[in-house]
Design a protein around this ligand. Structure first.
Ligand SMILES: NC(=O)c1ccc[n+]([C@@H]2O[C@H](COP(=O)([O-])OP(=O)(O)OC[C@H]3O[C@@H](n4cnc5c(N)ncnc54)[C@H](OP(=O)(O)O)[C@@H]3O)[C@@H](O)[C@H]2O)c1
Length: 86
C-alpha cells in the first residue's frame, strides 16, 4: 500500500498575514480547500475562477466558517490567453 503524504501540521499553523496568494480553480476541489486554509492562516487570497458568481458563493461559505485573512474573487479563464493577460 502506498504511503499517504500529508502536509506537516506546523505548516498549517504558520501566520500568513501580509502575504497574498492567487489560487486558480479556487471555487472547487483542491483549490477551494487551499483558499480556505490560506485565508484561515491570515493570508489575502485571490480566488481566481472562470465562474465568478460561483466564486462569490464559495467566498461567503468560507467566510461564514471564520477566517483571519481575506478573499477576493477574480474572473480568470485559463483557456483564454486574453483572460490570463487581463
Ligand atoms: N496528483 C494528485 O494526486 C492529484 C490529486 C487530486 C487532484 N489533482 C489534480 O488537481 C487538479 C484539481 O483537482 P480537483 O479534484 O480539485 O478538480 P475539480 O474539483 O474539478 O476542480 C478543477 C477546477 O479547475 C477549474 N477549471 C477548469 N478549467 C478551467 C479554466 N479553463 N479556467 C479556469 N479554471 C478552470 C474548475 O472550474 P469550474 O468549477 O468552473 O469547472 C475547478 O475550479 C486537477 O488537475 C487534478 O487532476 C491531482
Amino acid at each position: 500500500m502506498p504511503k499517504t503524504l500529508m502536509c506537516p501540521k506546523e505548516l498549517l499553523a504558520i501566520d500568513l498575514s501580509g502575504r497574498t496568494y492567487i489560487v486558480t480553480g479556487g471555487n472547487s476541489g483542491v483549490g477551494l480547500v487551499t483558499v480556505g486554509q490560506l485565508a484561515k492562516q491570515g493570508a489575502h487570497v485571490v480566488l481566481a475562477c472562470r465562474r465568478p458568481q460561483e466564486g462569490e458563493k464559495v467566498k461567503s461559505q468560507i467566510i461564514s466558517v471564520g477566517i483571519r485573512g481575506s478573499i477576493e474573487v477574480l474572473d480568470l479563464d485559463l483557456a483564454s490567453l486574453a483572460s490570463v493577460r487581463s
